[in-house]
Design a protein. Structure first.
Length: 141
């Protein structure tokens, strides 16, 4: 058995749920979370992403302006940590289903931009269903 934990963009939740439902995944837990990755919460755009007046990043739909953390780097203020809102999906699946589900999550969420998310796969030693007493893979389904 495997536990798959995916941290994705908020706006990709609907498409991700549809993709894993199409595979036949029977259950998923979803949480709203905040965090930051290698970019430390900074939002950056390339010149190709900006519109003609250079003010809007089309890919991310955000105004291009200094973030509090970038401002703090240029001044004597302490660096402010920015945390980006995300969605965290947790699924317990059979070993056979894990690669299919991971591929579906990646296919839906990969844009090539920073912030696409992460997928973590962990081994699960055992599982129990409280109501029925099912054990192991039977408890996952």
């Amino acid at each position: 058995m495997k536990e798959i934990t995916a941290i994705i963009r908020r706006d990709m939740l609907h498409q991700t749920k549809e993709a894993i439902a199409a595979i036949g995944l029977p259950s998923v837990s979803i949480q709203s979370v905040e965090g930051r990755g290698k970019q430390r919460g900074d939002v950056a755009c390339t010149l190709q992403d900006m519109d003609l007046d250079g003010q809007v990043c089309n890919a991310l739909h955000v105004k291009v302006k200094p973030t509090p953390s970038a401002y703090a780097l240029e001044h004597t203020l302490p660096k402010v940590a920015l945390y980006v809102p995300k969605r965290m999906l947790t699924m317990m699946v059979t070993d056979a289903d894990a690669p299919l589900i991971v591929k579906a999550i990646i296919d839906v969420n990969k844009t090539g931009q920073p912030g696409d998310g992460k997928v973590f796969i962990s081994n699960i030693e055992d599982a129990r269903t409280i109501r029925t007493g099912d054990v192991g893979a039977g408890a996952v389904a």
